[in-house]
Design a binder for this molecule. Sequence first.
Ligand code: ZN
Length: 398
Amino acid sequence: MVSNLKIAVVNDLSPETNPGAASIAYSFAKNLTRHFEYVEFWTTGSTESGFKTNDGIEMKIQKFSDKKIRRQDNSLKFRLIAEFWNIKNLFWFILQVTKSRPNIVWVHQIGFRFPKTILVVCKIMKLKTFITLHDYNLIVPRKLFPMDLYPLKIASVNPLQGDGNKTPKSVAFSSDSFSQRKYFAFRRSVLCFLYNSLTGTFAISEQQKEIYSDFGFRITSTIANGFDECNCGETSKIERTILFAGRENGKGLSLALEAAKKNSWVLHLAGDSRLKDIVSEKMNPTEYEFHGKLSQEELFSLIHKMEFVAVLSQCYDVYPSIAIEALVHGSLPLITRSCGNWPLISNISSNLVIPAAQVPDLEWLRADVREKDTNVKVSALEISDVQESLRNYLYFFR
Ligand SMILES: [Zn+2]
């Protein structure tokens, strides 16, 4: 039955320029049109891009200039202030809420463009507000590493040995200065208060729920992201290729680079031009191929052409979507234990899960997986599709 309530899906970044959480949020919005008469997608976009849709969703886009944004993104201090006090975007949000009057607001990633204070607005306006956490940003405004949680003992998530008696308050956050740690603790308690007062907060993996709960966040439920089947149109693989997609820090770029070099494979890169800058210093032009920022469709067809996809994170990945997308498109993900859901990959071939500090022998791995005739079939992995994942949310929305 189609409900006549109005739902607004909110995500900072647009799926056109930033696949990841943005694409997931948009894909949910698309599927929501089967359940709600009025679906809106609120996001931000560069003045130079013209993101349009014909999926039955009403788009509300707050435009910004590229130049200003680059300044903001490059300064941590500016980012930390803007995550609460981006007044311009806060007022834009208040205007939309007043004009549109949604019954339900479903927030995904915010804090980069829309300030987190939009949640206070939702609270004041007494809107039913749900949020899906896509990262560890509420704990620290950077990537979260296993060393950060040491010696906190969460057996299933921490590969390091802890003594088991420490509370989150004694967590190391070793790479930050004293004043940073103090600010992060203060920020955490503010966010904890704010997020815990919302109608519902969702985690996307058990590992994420466990870590957040340990810091006092109340998680309503864990709902894994759903994945659509492969319909990218690609059929063949380019031999001896490994793909690295994403940001340059914490995601094991140097490891993927080393693996490609050692095995004389071609390293394919998808993402920011900074990836190219780093790799071009260490590799000859024939040893790598840079594809730039890709849309979700473009990324899927590239994944499909690759033999391996590097998921060699040194930091915690909340939900290694790209590892599952690799499986969907018949490519093999190389994964580390700091990622959520690594046991999923381990079920296919334990050799594909490698220690973060070990450069994988790709030739050997490839032969090994072939020899075992491992059938990389997604259906066997019980991965839910987007519809199924959404049905779990709807149970709470109604
Ligand atoms: Zn495919």
